[in-house]
Ligand binder design. Structure first.
Ligand SMILES: Cc1ncc(COP(=O)(O)O)c(C=O)c1O
Length: 459
């Protein structure tokens, strides 16, 4: 496609730069990733890029050249099949391409009146998610930038709902209950909401259980919400959701499920039963930019009773009086007003490929993870630290010191062998792999782990 546009009165003719950006994007989505791309210091980048934001501009072709030759290579490829550190992202090409369409459409996704067509499509994707949760068709929500803001918005709804239902704030302030395995963003949310955290001990399997929750709630009547994890970040474990739901119902406490990473497993029949009880939760998040093959930044935030969120998050001002409050306005379900329709790349990818292919892609990641786990179990130099539940593996190299783990991880990254960084399990340093990319091959991972046989040389 060749772009021709009328020159703009102020910006002039931008067709060349639009064409360049489109061509670059088309090349990027089919290009093999380079595992050697890595961060560089700001001073190195300043030297290589030179001044870019200057009164006369440097021109689109030069800006794109600098991005392509200097800046992008100084970023880590999140979709490299052997990037198994933290939780990477492997969007479909359809989703990436549609991110461009989403931007070009320039849709205001805050209110229905401005973004109806885009919001309708986002809601189709959300309905797929609430359908997998087993929630009523009246449930729903919106897309926000990430799990951190999704968790905060859900917990703000929970806190304000408790205030209304319980007739005010407890004398000592509100409390939020979760285990130490809950994501760090829950602690950020607690700080933002100015609430204390009740730390519930986990059991030997690493789960938050109903019994431990009951004990915690008996001693802390100020608790307004419990956060359960459906896929802990460090180990990929799913808390005992059904028992937690029973206790939440008994104590009249809001149940929020953080499925930012693991929620994608709802689509995978081989692990679906681990989520039993999730149908009774009050709010839920999943990040499509983690394991639902969408580009950054995208979190689906849904409520069983969206009206409760609306009562908390709807913004009111004279310039907003005109907004149709009967319509589905995504700005009313989270802490935001202006928003891009960031759920559209997920919707387009789902519509393009179908939910069956999503199921298959998630099962592929689970199979890869299980194959690597089995190789670790059989290995004579590695041990699996915990039986995996989803697609995160935690394992050890007996005999390695912390310095060895560190040196091995850094060398493997520097040589482009694999991205696998250490973490801690019960104070011990261990290695962690997170599988969210269906292009990752078990054999390649197993081959990369061979280098753990030897004690690493320092870099
Ligand atoms: C379980 C869980 N919750 C929340 C988050 C935060 O998500 P985000 O990085 O999109 O803000 C993460 C991120 O890894 C996570 O794993």
């Amino acid at each position: 496609m060749t772009v021709h546009g009328e020159p703009h009165a102020v910006w002039g003719d931008e067709s060349e730069v639009v064409q360049l950006a489109l061509d670059w994007t088309a090349g990027r989505v089919v290009r093999h990733t380079d595992p050697l791309t890595t961060a560089r210091s700001a001073s190195a980048l300043a030297d290589l890029a030179g001044p870019t934001v200057v009164p006369q501009g440097i021109g689109g072709p030069e800006a794109l050249r600098i991005f392509s030759e200097v800046l992008e290579p100084a970023t880590r490829s999140q979709d490299d099949p052997l990037n198994l550190a933290y939780i990477a992202a492997a969007p479909t090409r359809a989703a990436v391409a549609f991110d461009l369409v989403t931007s070009a459409s320039n849709i205001f996704g805050g209110i229905w009146e401005a973004g109806a067509g885009g919001i309708f499509a986002e809601n189709e994707a959300l309905a797929w998610i609430t359908g997998m949760l087993g929630w009523p068709v009246s449930s729903g929500g919106c897309f926000v930038s990430g799990g951190t803001s999704g968790n905060l918005s859900a917990l703000m709804t929970a806190r304000d709902t408790a205030r209304t239902r319980r007739g005010g704030r407890p004398a000592g302030g509100w409390k939020l209950a979760c285990s130490a395995t809950a994501h760090s963003s829950i602690h950020s949310a607690a700080r933002a909401l100015d609430v204390d955290i009740v730390d519930i001990p986990i059991d030997d399997r690493g789960h938050l259980t109903g019994a431990a929750l009951r004990t915690a709630l008996e001693g802390n009547p100020e608790v307004f919400a419990v956060v359960a994890s459906a896929g802990t970040t460090n180990e990929g474990l799913i808390d005992d959701l059904a028992d937690i739901a029973t206790v939440c119902e008994e104590f009249g406490v809001w149940m929020h499920v953080d499925g930012a990473y693991g929620g994608a497993g709802l689509a995978a029949p081989s692990v679906r039963e681990l989520f039993a009880g999730i149908e009774r939760a009050d709010s839920f998040i999943v990040d499509p930019h983690k394991w639902l093959f969408a580009p950054y930044d995208c979190c689906a935030l849904v409520y069983r009773e969206p009206d409760l969120a609306r009562a908390v998050h709807a913004q009111h001002a004279s310039y907003l009086d005109h907004v149709d409050r009967e319509a589905w306005n995504p700005s009313e379900f989270a802490l935001h007003l202006s928003r891009r329709v960031r759920g559209l790349p997920l919707w387009f990818s789902l519509a393009t490929h179908g939910t069956d292919k999503y199921r298959d892609a998630i099962e592929t990641c689970l199979t890869t993870s299980r194959d690597v786990a089995e190789a670790i179990r059989r290995s004579d130099f590695l041990t699996l630290s915990r039986e995996p539940e989803l697609s995160v593996l935690i394992f050890e190299r007996p005999g390695y010191t912390e310095a060895d783990y560190d040196a091995w991880s850094r060398r493997a990254a520097a040589e482009g062998v694999i991205l696998c960084v250490p973490t801690r399990l019960r104070e011990r340093m261990v290695l962690r792999l997170a599988f969210v990319n269906p292009d990752t091959e078990a054999d390649a991972v197993i081959a990369a782990l061979e280098s753990l046989r030897n004690v690493p040389l320092p870099l």
